[in-house]
Design a protein around this ligand. Structure first.
Ligand code: NAD
Ligand code: UDP
Ligand code: UDP
Length: 340
């Protein structure tokens, strides 16, 4: 294996340009690995990186991801797809690592060591080749927060032995490992704490609320509201998140940074927006809530605004229709909503 560090790359560009390299030139030829790149967020990130001119290696075990999410890049020589579980070591030579691989929804994440062992391996890889490493952490590190909205300096309120703790504590451990590799081994790292995100290519049946409601409304099934529906979440459209992740990677700051849309909705309000968007006659059905469900969640994004110059652009009522047309196509093929 050829070892290439970021410094080599920058130095190489610098020889011909007197030390000052135009950003686009420096980027040309960047090799970037996106773990979890066949998933929902990852595949949108891959689209942007490929469009920017980078070479992208997607590493995914297809646990929840799908080849269909990236198949439009298959004929591109700058794109490569590796079926691999990041819990196993991996040898690659790259400049940047976007580490997204993770079983990311309640029905998938239990009993899985990806967050800890997978993150350790990708940090080991970053250390060996001198790559920049970005961790996609989560608002779940705040647990059932006692501070509202959540600021990055808040340490959270997490049950270490609950049904969600594999995810919450797994991501908290991933953040710890990331900071340890930064301080101990000098790895250049970035941490994003992502708040609830939705959009095209989201898993249809992984149980998250936006995908559930949209699929239910399209299939003429009742929208399942858990608990009293007064708990809140703040929903971010996927393109806003991808912009934030790229700014974070390219910027100077380690983070952690909250990346989310501060527009806060109760689950009942969300159900109403879905009714307005898809079917005003859609029924609502109440179900018992899950254990340890956070009551409120809303990001304070002042830090990302100030240091990354980033804020979300797409409100729920604008983003939802874009997701609905994708879901309609995936659920009904080329047919219309009523199956005709
Ligand atoms: P997703 O399930 O669509 O994508 C995760 C991808 O990781 C999938 O393609 C899956 O196959 C892959 N994967 C899982 N375990 C793996 C393993 N061991 N080895 C290799 N690949 C593996 O989920 P997403 O919503 O795109 O989430 C991407 C990242 O963003 C995750 O780290 C998640 O924790 C984080 N995040 C997402 C949200 C959100 O609302 N979507 C919120 C907070 C954090
Ligand atoms: N690792 C990897 N790819 C690499 C370098 C390391 O997957 O290119 C894995 C390695 O197998 C180990 C982990 O990353 O399990 C941590 O590596 P590190 O070198 O930091 O730790 P060590 O191997 O010294 O314990
Ligand atoms: N939820 C709901 N109906 C559903 C799925 C989820 O009311 O069909 C609720 C869930 O109880 C939680 C909120 O929606 O309060 C967000 O759940 P999700 O799993 O999407 O995200 P997370 O809890 O991880 O923020």
């Amino acid at each position: 294996h050829r070892m290439i560090s970021q410094n080599n790359r920058v130095g190489f560009g610098g020889i011909n340009s007197g030390g000052k390299i135009p950003l686009e030139l420096k980027r040309k030829g960047l090799r970037i690995v996106v773990t979890g790149g066949a998933g929902f967020v990852g595949s949108h990130l891959v689209d942007r990186l490929i469009a920017r001119g980078d070479s992208v290696i997607v590493v995914d075990n297809f646990f929840t991801g799908r080849k269909e999410n990236v198949h439009h890049h298959f004929s591109n020589p700058r794109f490569e797809l590796i079926r691999h579980d990041v819990v196993e070591p991996l040898l690659l030579e790259v400049d940047q690592i976007y580490h997204l691989a993770c079983p990311a929804s309640p029905v998938h994440y239990k009993h899985n060591p990806t967050n800890v062992v997978g993150t350790l391996n990708m940090l080991g890889l970053a250390k060996r080749v001198g790559a920049k490493f970005l961790l996609t952490s989560t608002s779940e590190v705040y647990g059932d927060p006692l501070q509202h909205p959540q600021v990055e300096t808040y340490w959270g309120n997490v049950n270490p032995i609950g049904v969600r703790s594999c995810y919450d504590e797994g991501k908290r451990t991933a953040e710890t490992l990331t900071m340890d590799y930064h301080r101990g081994a000098g790895v250049e790292v970035r941490i994003a704490r992502i708040f609830n995100t939705y959009g095209p290519r989201m898993c249809i049946d992984d149980g998250r609320v936006v995908s559930n409601f949209v699929a239910q409304a399209l299939r003429k099934e009742p929208l399942t509201v858990y608990g009293d529906g007064k708990q809140t979440r703040s929903f971010q459209f996927v393109s806003d998140l991808v912009e934030g992740l790229m700014r974070l990677m390219e910027g100077e700051h380690v983070g952690p940074f909250n990346l989310g849309n501060p527009g806060e909705f109760t689950m009942l309000e969300l159900a109403q927006v879905v009714q307005e968007t898809i079917d005003p006659n859609a029924k609502i059905e109440f179900r018992p809530n899950t254990e340890d469900d956070p009551h409120k969640r809303k990001p304070d994004i002042s830090k990302a605004k100030e240091l990354l110059g980033w804020e979300p652009k797409i409100p729920l009522r604008k983003g939802l229709p874009m997701m609905v047309s994708d879901f309609r196509q995936r659920i009904f093929g080329d047919h219309k909503e009523d199956g005709t």
